[in-house]
Design a protein around this ligand. Structure first.
Ligand code: ATP
Ligand code: LTN
Length: 345
């Protein structure tokens, strides 16, 4: 295995790397419970590095003003959620040029058929039509592989939808090591539990998503607390009145129960017992309070951070500097192994 040139690898804890695109102004409850909260928790017993993949965001058309704004907002929400930029390297992808450098090398050892088989590419390009699909969308998985391999990552906590990209990343790491000599740690996907999958409040068979049909279907971290409570209280529920978990016949109530369980740590059975003989309305009132108690302070903190963009930019610059301490030597080693002529000092 490759020797690591890592500043703080003294603990021997596995290295974790992940991130989510700055593709909306606010994360939703599904992003928080399904991804960000896990990343926050992992900081206690893993060596974590987190980033905002803004270069990935331009694989679909972007408004330049919005890109910068959303990058800051996303960063602020991560920090407010508990990612600690003073101990966990936390940075913006485009601030670390090594991502683009390594992506090119990896693109050149990826087969065209291999890239075309990526289901995310197939789905998105089919939806947009060939003329509206950029070559960047095609190259997306190789950039993602570069993100991960630059940091000699052991584990990548991601959602199920990213499993195939992780498989490609592993194949590219093994291929590179075999062809050119040991350069990269071969990472593992850590697929985050689907029990935390959160559904749309208005359409509880579809997942809560940035691109949902109705704004009332998603709880946004930046929603005012009153609005969050109102959305929970007007969530679609099901026929009957019993508060019982049954995804098939009671998708609305089941969704509320799993949000309740994720936020409190109580099991579904415990919650069912607590609400035995009560009405849907009781569950909604209690849940609204829990949601507001959890997300309200994160929202406040996000607004505070957004009020001081210079301080936020300073933290991100420190993150990028720490990232480059690891990414720089990895790219240098990859160039050397591939046989590039070293530039004169
Ligand atoms: P889109 O609406 O464009 O599909 P998204 O809301 O699904 O976007 P992503 O940026 O694709 O968000 O995902 C960021 C992370 O949040 C991923 O790890 C994903 O698994 C997780 N996530 C997204 N939606 C949910 C959800 N409803 N429940 C649980 N986890 C989710
Ligand atoms: N493709 C991922 C975002 C992403 C990522 C990464 C996640 C880009 N590079 C590296 C983990 C590691 C997504 O859309 N969720």
């Amino acid at each position: 295995m490759t020797e690591r040139t890592i500043p703080n690898a003294s603990t021997g804890a596995p290295r974790v790397f992940s991130g989510a695109q700055p593709s909306a102004d606010s994360m939703h409850l599904g992003n928080y419970l399904g991804a960000v909260r896990n990343w926050v928790d992992m900081q206690s017993d893993h060596e974590c590095i987190y980033f905002i993949p803004d270069l990935h965001a331009i694989t679909v058309p972007q408004d330049p003003a919005q890109l910068a704004e959303r990058t800051r907002k996303t960063a602020a929400q991560y920090i407010a959620s508990g990612i600690d930029p003073t101990s966990t390297p936390f940075f913006v992808q485009s601030h670390v040029p090594e991502h683009s450098q390594l992506a090119w090398l990896l693109t050149c050892i990826t087969g065209d058929g291999e890239a075309r088989r990526m289901t995310q590419f197939k789905d998105k390009s089919a939806k947009q039509g060939a003329e509206n699909t950029s070559a960047g969308l095609y190259a997306y998985p190789m950039l993602m592989a570069a993100d991960i391999l630059l940091y000699q990552t052991d584990q990548v906590p991601v959602g199920e939808d990213q499993r195939q990209h992780l498989e490609l990343t592993r194949n590219l790491a093994q291929r590179f090591n075999q062809r050119f000599g040991e350069t990269f740690v071969v990472p593992e996907a850590k697929i985050m539990k689907s029990t935390a999958k959160i559904y749309d409040l208005q359409n509880p068979t579809a997942k809560m998503s940035k691109s949902g049909l109705s704004d009332n279907g998603a709880i946004w971290l930046l929603d005012e607390p009153k609005k969050m409570a109102k959305k929970i209280k007007s969530a679609v529920t099901d026929d009957g009145s019993e508060i019982r978990f049954d995804r098939d016949s009671k998708p609305g109530v089941s969704n509320l129960l799993s949000i309740y369980s994720s936020l409190t740590g109580q099991s579904i059975e415990e919650i069912e017992t607590e609400f035995e003989g009560k009405m849907y309305g009781h569950l909604k009132v209690a849940l609204a309070e829990i949601v507001v108690d959890t997300l309200g302070p994160i929202r406040e903190r996000t607004l505070e951070i957004m009020n001081d963009p210079a301080e936020l930019d300073r933290l991100l610059a420190i993150g990028a500097e720490k990232a480059r301490e690891i990414a720089g030597p990895t790219v240098a080693s990859a160039y050397e192994h591939m046989g590039f002529l070293a530039p004169r000092a």
